[in-house]
Design a protein around this ligand. Structure first.
Ligand code: BGC
Length: 363
């Protein structure tokens, strides 16, 4: 079967003919891949900056944002049948008895670092015609979400983050107003974060580099989030226009912009870090002033990665809600669809000129 693989030793990325996977346990399902989204993590993987092949394999099949269709179910599988659409989760637990997170079904909080991630770390991904997965790691997708369900996995990042924010804000001895949010970065994770924040009632503004007009600004504004360019407006000006954010949602992996904007976080506010910086950025920090601010203003710095079972369920519910509230809003985030042969161009944005979310389609 056709698959897209990186060969880190040979520094190559190519379409290969991989062995077709077979069911190996009665709780597994075989899935025909329909679509695979690509993101910044994939960009790092094809540049050999990130990602690890499974033990004993010279290559890693890429792809972790996936929508597929069940083609075979094991004898013990309940609740799924041939023809159902599904999205798989990414992370699998570490083997250590001492890891409380993995032993409690939360590899997204793994403490040993020995988890695996499909398409990223020591497990083949979904950018192949077929894959096999245990039913415990796949979620059924309502047929009406077919066009947008490839966005489920990136949306789960926001679902987990905002679930954590809600819990953190329960520390306040009164019920806080939902308040204001600023999203840093207008890529897919930023755009889906915008929708998730708006859905929870935050008055949300996007603060991102490129000046308007551009398609990312248009997508954010179409759902009701004003877009301000950090090239044109200082953080002080951002606060004058949008108010001090109670939630600052970092979705660009841009260290300098994150620390700069952190200065204007509201008292009792939370800065949520979701972007993984891919390159080192020289930065000088007024460390003491920053610590003083965090302490005197009761602020929280929250790093968050990956997502849990319940976040996938919530993301699928939210895709339905977003669609009803902003018709066409999700569809416009998918700016290009490519064949597997164009994987590298899709990941680096060479084909489809910039865009927001690029998707690989298997026919
Ligand atoms: C994925 C996460 C993963 C993280 C770190 C992200 O791109 O969406 O599922 O945990 O990379 O590898």
């Amino acid at each position: 079967m056709k698959a897209v693989a990186v060969f880190p030793q040979q520094r190559e990325v190519r379409v290969i003919d991989a062995p077709e996977p077979r069911l190996q346990s009665p709780t597994q399902v075989k899935v025909r891949t329909r679509e695979v989204g690509v993101c910044g993590t994939d960009r790092d993987i094809v540049q050999f900056l990130y990602g690890t092949s499974p033990p004993g394999s010279e290559y890693l099949i890429v792809g972790h944002e996936c929508l597929g269709e069940v083609v075979e179910v094991g004898g013990a599988v309940q609740g799924l049948q041939k023809g159902d659409l599904v999205v798989p989760r990414v992370r699998r637990p570490c083997p250590h008895a001492t890891c409380p997170a993995c032993r409690h079904g939360h590899p997204d909080f793994c403490v040993t670092g020995d988890y695996t991630e499909r398409g990223i770390k020591e497990a083949h991904g979904f950018c192949a015609e077929l894959f096999v997965e245990d039913v415990a790691y796949v979620h059924r997708v309502p047929a009406e979400l077919r066009e947008v369900a490839v966005l489920t996995e990136p949306l789960t990042i926001a679902e987990k983050a905002l679930r954590e924010v809600r819990r953190i804000q329960e520390r306040l001895p009164w019920k806080p107003e939902t308040g204001r949010a600023v999203v840093l970065g207008a890529g897919p994770v930023g755009q889906l974060g915008v929708m998730a924040l708006l859905r929870r009632g935050y008055v949300t503004t996007v603060y991102s580099r490129s000046p308007k007009p551009n398609e990312k600004a248009a997508a954010a504004e179409a759902v009701g989030a004003p877009y301000l360019s950090s090239k044109e407006l200082s953080v002080e000006e951002l606060v004058r226009r949008a108010g001090a954010p109670d939630v600052l949602y970092e979705a660009a992996g841009a260290a300098k912009a994150a620390f700069e904007t952190l200065k204007v976080l509201a008292p009792n506010g939370v800065v949520v870090l979701t972007g993984v910086p891919s390159h080192e950025e020289a930065l000088s920090l007024e460390g003491a002033a920053l610590l003083k601010q965090l302490v005197l203003k009761n602020q929280v710095v929250l790093g968050t990665v990956n997502a849990a079972d319940s976040d996938f369920d919530m993301a699928l519910d939210d895709l339905g809600r977003f669609r009803a509230r902003w018709p066409g809003g999700l569809e416009r985030l998918i700016t290009a669809r490519h064949p597997p042969e164009d994987y590298c161009d899709a990941v680096t944005g060479r084909k489809g000129g910039g865009g927001i979310k690029h998707v690989i389609t298997f026919t």
